[in-house]
Structures are given as C-alpha cells and as structure tokens.
Design a protein around this ligand. Structure first.
Ligand SMILES: Nc1ncnc2c1ncn2[C@@H]1O[C@H](COP(=O)(O)OP(=O)(O)O)[C@@H](O)[C@H]1O
Ligand SMILES: [Mg+2]
Length: 369
C-alpha cells in the first residue's frame, strides 16, 4: 500500500486554478466588464504570438483588430451575455507562419451576485484536425480515381500493345538506312512511355499486398541519393544527406518505401532548375508520437526532403496530391498520389510546406513499431 502523496495545493485553492490555466493546451483569455484583458494564459500567448505582459490591461478591440468573426463573438458574450462558439471562420494571424485555424468559445462571466462581470474566450488549435481532414479527403478522392483509372488503364493496354507491335513490324519492312526508321523509333518509344504511365496507374488501383519486413530507411535514402546525384549530372545540385544512426529499422515494405522516397527526392531534383540544394534528413520526431489505445505511445521517425527549387504557390498546394495533377511537360502527376497512399499504408502521415521562389519541404512521419 502506498500512502497518497499530500496534494501540493488544498482542494479549491485559487493557486491551483492558476496552475491549470498555465498548463492546459487551450488559450484562455478573460475580459473585464469594459472589455479590458485580465487573463492571458501561456497557450493564448503561443496561439496569438503575443506576450501576456504586453497584452494585459489592453482592450480586446486592439488585440483583435480587423478580425471580424472574433470581434463578433466577443461582442455577443460581452454585450449580449450570450455563449457562442465558432469552429469555422477564425484564423489567427501569425507573423512567421500561416494563419492558425482555431475554434473559439466565448461566454459571459457572472459574479457571485449574478451580474455579468466580463467574458471569457477559450481557444482551441484546430491545425491538427484540419490536417487529418485534408488527409481523409485526399484518400477518398484517391480511392475513387484509382478504381476508375485502373479500369481505363486496362482497356488502353491491349490496343497500345497492338500499336507497338505494328510499329515494330513496320521497322522490319524499312531499309536499315531509311529516314522513316526515325518515325517508327519515336512511335515505339512513346508507346513504351504510355505503357509505363499505365502500369503506374494500375498499381495505384490494385496495389499488390505490401510485403512487410524490417526496413532500414537510412540505406534506402543512401541508395536514392546515389542514383539522384547521377541523374542530376546536367544540373549543379548539392545533395546533402543527414542520418541519425540510432534510428532502428521501421516495419514496412522496402520497395514501396523506396518508391515513396524516390518520388519525393526526384520531385525535389526536378524543382531545382539548375543550381541548388536538396537536403534529406532522417531522425526521430520530437513533435509527434503515435498513440494506439492500450499501448504506450510509440515514437515516429521523420524524413524531411527540402529543396531550394521553384516552390509551390499556396493555391496549388491542395491539388498536388490529386492524381494527374502535374505542372511538368512530361510529368504523370501520379508521384505524390502514390506517395500519399504508401504513407497511409504504413500508418504514417505526410506534410508539405512551400514558399514560392524559395523552396519546398516534404516531411514523412512513420511509426517505429
Ligand atoms: N519539391 C517540389 N517543388 C515544387 N513543386 C513540386 C514539388 N513536388 C511536387 N511538386 C508539384 O506537384 C506536382 C505533382 O507532383 P507529382 O505527383 O510527383 O507528379 P509529377 O512529378 O509527375 O508532375 C508537380 O508537377 C509539381 O508541380
Ligand atoms: Mg513526381
């Protein structure tokens, strides 16, 4: 039997409430009757990127200047005494990052005597929720398109084989020095290219069952960098690989994981026009853990692929995972759709961040067991 430890604060001690505000991952902001800020907890500091010491005592309209949905919410609580939540339209601007999607609950505060004494706002970070929603939407879209594509690919494959065969026969009919041979050569080469695309498509539709084993991500990345250095001979690209040697093998399908990282590194190389840098880093993630009910949280390995290429405009970021979306004259637009699928099959997740004109970073998180 262990004796219960004495609680550091007696139940009901106001210091305990202060400690709770300091430690919860919800932004809490309290306003007095006039709308001046009287409480601004550390989570609120981080979401709004403002220090409490600069904010306390100021009027909420100064803090939320220009943010109509938020001002509306505070007014409803403070002036009309209503409790109200907005999960849709509030994005907190941040100086060094994209706006943060949040859910805000605003409610009046009543004194013990029953008159309204101000308002409280509770802010919840929705960025992770939004990311998961995006992933699900992409997965749905992909599943539907993949079925359609596999069917279509199957239909195209046979006539294509016929065209290639006919072109080969035609070559045999031509004199070895005939200038027409150049045309048949192109015909054969291009049918092979279509065939390659179709095979990728069919893979997407009915992926072979994954063959799971212990895979060294480091070795895969080593090989890819070797090959891509070779492929980038006409360009002046500096490939940098940084591997944490302590990373244990992951449980996965080696050829699928190779394909995943190859697609990403290839995209990075293709994004760099002539001169630039591609950095690949693999380490244990400090930000996320995988939690499965009934199990201890397990660490994730993160692979980041950063390039100094052309970047992706914000309005295109949504579309790059869509099958067939490509901005390249000879692209299939399937690379990232396939990456997305492989990452999901490994119970991981994929993120992208990009600044047009500066570069792009793809990050892949995979669970370690
Ligand atoms: N590292 C990157 N930098 C800039 N744009 C990228 C990068 N990776 C992908 N993209 C964009 O996403 C599109 C889709 O990529 P992907 O699915 O691999 O197809 P593909 O490479 O055949 O075009 C590309 O055409 C490109 O516009
Ligand atoms: Mg690609």
């Amino acid at each position: 039997m262990t004796t219960p430890a004495t609680p550091p604060y007696p139940a009901g001690d106001p210091a305990l409430a202060a400690l709770v505000f300091d430690n919860i991952d919800r932004g809490v902001i309290a306003l007095d009757r006039e709308g001046r800020i009287t409480l601004f907890n550390p989570a609120a500091e981080s979401y709004l990127d403002r220090a409490a010491r600069h904010i306390l005592g100021r009027h909420y309209t100064e803090l939320f200047v220009g943010q109509e949905p938020l001002l509306y919410l505070v007014n409803a609580a403070l002036r009309d005494g209503r409790s109200i939540t907005d999960d849709e339209s509030i994005f907190l601007p941040r100086p060094k990052a994209p706006p943060l999607p949040v859910s805000v609950y605003a409610a009046p505060i009543f004194s013990k005597r029953g008159d309204q004494d101000g308002a409280v706002l509770i802010i919840r970070d929705l960025s992770r929720v939004r990311e998961l929603e995006d992933t699900l939407r992409r997965a749905d879209q992909l599943a539907m398109l993949a079925t359609l594509a596999a069917g279509l690919a199957h239909e195209i494959k046979n006539p294509l084989g016929g065209i290639k065969g006919a072109a080969q026969l035609l070559t045999l009919e031509l004199q070895p020095d005939s200038p027409l041979r150049e045309y048949t050569r192109v015909m054969i080469k291009e049918t092979e290219r279509i065939n390659g695309i179709i095979e990728e498509l069919m893979d997407l539709g009915k992926p072979r069952p994954a063959i799971m084993g212990e895979v060294s991500i480091g070795r895969i990345l080593d090989d890819i960098v070797l090959l891509q250095r070779e492929a980038a001979r006409g360009q002046n690209i500096d490939f940098a690989l940084s591997l944490d040697p302590s990373i244990p093998p992951v449980h996965g399908d080696e050829s699928l994981l190779t394909r995943l990282f190859l697609n990403l590194v290839k995209n990075a190389r293709e994004a760099v026009d002539r001169d630039g840098r591609v950095e690949i880093e693999c380490k244990i993630s400090a930000e996320y853990h995988m939690t499965t009910p009934g199990h201890r949280p397990s660490p994730l390995v993160v692979v980041r692929i950063r390039d100094t290429g052309c970047g992706i405009p914000p309005d295109e970021l949504e579309r790059i995972f869509t099958p067939y979306y490509t901005t390249k004259s000879r692209g299939s637009g399937l690379g990232l759709a396939i990456c997305q699928k492989i990452v999901e099959d490994h119970r991981g997740f994929l993120k992208v961040a990009s600044i047009p004109g500066e570069g792009t970073e793809f990050s892949v998180w995979l669970p370690l067991r």
